[in-house]
Design a protein around this ligand. Structure first.
Ligand code: 5GP
Ligand code: ZN
Length: 137
């Protein structure tokens, strides 16, 4: 495989593993944003979350609560961000689904960019109709 995360799961590339099940694997990010920055991934390759079945996603995501508790206890963090990028436009660099778990402490300087906007009249309802039609479709 030419996928770096598949190679990590296969043991062909070393990684600092912290969790391993049939469906999920977690290891420390090689370039951490904070101590304990961890990546949780499905063991089977999928490029983006929408390529996975709900069951496959559930088997991975169900590891988040124990993993988050363990990271906080082990690093002394008081909170954490979950970040999951899909597509290069969204900042995804490694095209194997991964959840970033980023431990946070007060004044860690990591910051948080959230450039919120405002819907013009009618636009939210338009988008709602589009999404609901797709889901029903
Ligand atoms: P993305 O931008 O795709 O959401 O994030 C990819 C993440 O994978 C980055 O934070 C990067 O540091 C991490 N990463 C890339 N290659 C490796 C690797 O070979 N080993 C580990 N442990 N992390 C990696
Ligand atoms: Zn892969």
């Amino acid at each position: 495989s030419d996928c770096v995360f598949c190679r990590i799961v296969a043991g062909e590339i070393p990684a600092t593993a912290v969790l391993s099940t049939d469906c999920a694997f977690a290891f420390l990010d090689i370039n951490p944003l904070a101590d304990g920055h961890t990546l949780l991934i499905p063991t089977n390759h999928a490029a983006t979350l929408d390529d996975m079945t709900p069951e496959e996603v559930a088997a991975v995501v169900s590891q988040l609560p124990p993993l988050a508790r363990a990271l906080m206890a082990a690093t002394g963090a008081d909170g954490y961000n979950i970040l999951q990028n899909n597509g290069s436009v969204a900042g995804q660099v490694v095209t194997h689904v991964h959840f970033h778990i980023i431990p946070r402490v007060a004044d860690d300087g990591l910051g948080f960019r959230w450039n919120a906007g405002l819907y013009p009249e009618g636009r939210a309802a338009e988008i709602q109709a589009g999404i609901k039609a797709e889901l029903a479709g």
